[in-house]
Design a protein around this ligand. Structure first.
Ligand code: IMP
Ligand code: MG
Length: 180
């Protein structure tokens, strides 16, 4: 497979679509075992998680609902550290099992802020499913419940993840090429 270039940066294939598909099915099976009968509400964090959410949601085998929210904390390749407001949640989550679907947990600040915001609405259970997790980059105290792949602290694109809005349409996950 070919490497790709965005903003003058070169990325090489890292996790292939086949592996992604397989892993999503495994996570879906675990969630199915954990949440069957609870009619959970999945909350997809736009934009990055849309590909993962679409595949994960269609792979769970029980009654479930999905909703979408937005919140952005990233510009280009550096985390701004400024976590913006949560927009778009219209459902009442009080007393419900909620599974937040994220594309990636990097410093963890975004997900932590989101979990705090959602906790105030008193869900019965609040879980996180993330496709990618950078354990070495974590700066806050959060632990995703369902993780697709643990990855090094390097920039990733594809399968929903972007660099300045581009590369989301890549079918595989690519990693920034070069020295650590
Ligand atoms: P955190 O708050 O540092 O955990 O950052 C989380 C958000 O930053 C994610 O939801 C992504 O939108 C973005 N992000 C973090 N790492 C990457 C990456 O390697 N590629 C693309 N986006 C990333
Ligand atoms: Mg995101």
């Amino acid at each position: 497979m070919e490497q790709v270039t965005y903003n003058g940066l070169t990325f090489e294939p890292y996790i292939l679509r086949e592996q992604i598909d397989k892993r999503i099915k495994e996570i879906a099976a675990t969630i199915t075992a954990d949440c069957e009968g609870k009619r959970p509400l999945f909350i997809c964090v736009l934009n990055g998680a849309f590909s993962f959410a679409s595949d994960l949601f269609r792979s769970v085998d029980f009654d479930a609902e999905i909703s979408f929210i937005r919140l952005k904390s990233y510009s280009g390749m550096g985390s701004t550290g400024v976590v913006k407001e949560v927009v778009g949640l219209s459902e009442d989550i009080k007393g419900r099992t909620v599974i937040v679907i994220e594309d990636i947990v990097d410093t963890g600040k975004t997900i932590k802020h989101l979990l705090e915001t959602l906790s105030e609405k008193e869900p019965a259970e609040l879980k996180v499913a993330t496709l990618l997790f950078k354990p070495e980059a974590l700066e806050v105290d959060v632990k995703p419940d369902y993780v697709g792949f643990n990855i090094p602290s390097k920039f990733i694109v594809g399968f929903g993840l972007d660099i300045d809005g581009l590369a989301r349409n890549l079918n595989d996950i690519y990693i920034l090429k070069g020295n650590d």
